[in-house]
Design a protein around this ligand. Structure first.
Ligand SMILES: Nc1ncnc2c1ncn2[C@@H]1O[C@H](COP(=O)(O)OP(=O)(O)O)[C@@H](O)[C@H]1O
Ligand SMILES: [Mg+2]
Length: 224
């Protein structure tokens, strides 16, 4: 299996002498479902920010898509993010535009014709069962669960090879949380990196890689 992300002796401190992540050694393989758990403050979101190039590592080595992230230029970081779909706990939709326009945002800077954009939109709408009514609604007219579906559609619209989902169901009720995980589980040929406190949804999952963080250190790493 190909490694898509490699952490080697990675440390991250926001303030000197207070490392948030300590000696992280980790291989995330392509097409694996990678589950990250740990108490609040363990460093999960920080680890994701390092992968996205939103924060720099303090020491060690981090390779994303076979390239040392320290050597990524701004231009490369930009194209790196284009290959990653991101889903967050706080659902960030733009309130002034409707659901459909929110979903299409990642395509804004790509030179795609309308037909291609629409066929991408149709594909995610079908996958996530988004009907015309939802697509034409504004975020304020939708429930939290529906908004998270829109965020998921936006994360998937450009068919990214990697998806980072940071506690995507933290603000959802159980039914919608279950639905979001069902959608994530059915995705094929994608690497999915997900943190959650809703581990019960993984009970029936056959293949995934589970890493537990505790106070910035890896406590266990298990391939199931
Ligand atoms: N920008 C920052 N500056 C300083 N400390 C931070 C910053 N972001 C996060 N932290 C600290 O890093 C620790 C880990 O935070 P985080 O990665 O958000 O954990 P988790 O996502 O597991 O809850 C926390 O103690 C938090 O206060
Ligand atoms: Mg977090």
């Amino acid at each position: 299996m190909n490694s898509i992300i490699q952490f080697s002796h990675v440390y991250k401190a926001y303030k000197q002498d207070k490392p948030i992540l300590k000696n992280i050694n980790l291989n995330i393989h392509s097409n694996e479902f990678f589950l990250l758990t740990g108490h609040s403050g363990a460093g999960k979101s920080t680890l994701f920010k390092l992968i996205l190039g939103l924060e720099k590592i303090s020491s060690g080595q981090l390779t994303v898509f076979n390239k040392n992230i320290n050597f990524y230029s701004d231009h490369n970081i930009h194209s790196l993010r284009g290959r990653i779909g991101v889903l967050l706990q706080n659902i960030l939709l733009i309130s002034e535009i409707n659901a459909k326009e929110n979903i299409l945002l990642p395509l804004q800077h790509l030179k795609l014709d309308t037909k291609t954009k629409n066929s991408k939109l149709d594909a995610v709408s079908e996958l996530l069962a988004l009907d015309k009514y939802i697509l034409e609604s504004f975020p304020s007219e939708l429930s939290g669960g529906e908004c998270q579906k829109i965020s998921l559609a936006r994360a998937l619209i450009n068919d990214p090879e990697l998806i980072i989902a940071d506690e995507p169901t933290a603000n959802l009720d159980k039914d919608y949380a279950k639905l979001v995980f069902e959608y994530l589980f059915q995705l094929k040929n994608k690497t999915i990196i997900c943190s959650t406190h809703d581990q019960e949804f993984f009970k029936n999952q056959k293949h995934f890689h589970h890493v537990q963080l505790n106070k910035g250190e890896i406590m266990s790493s298990e391939v199931i």
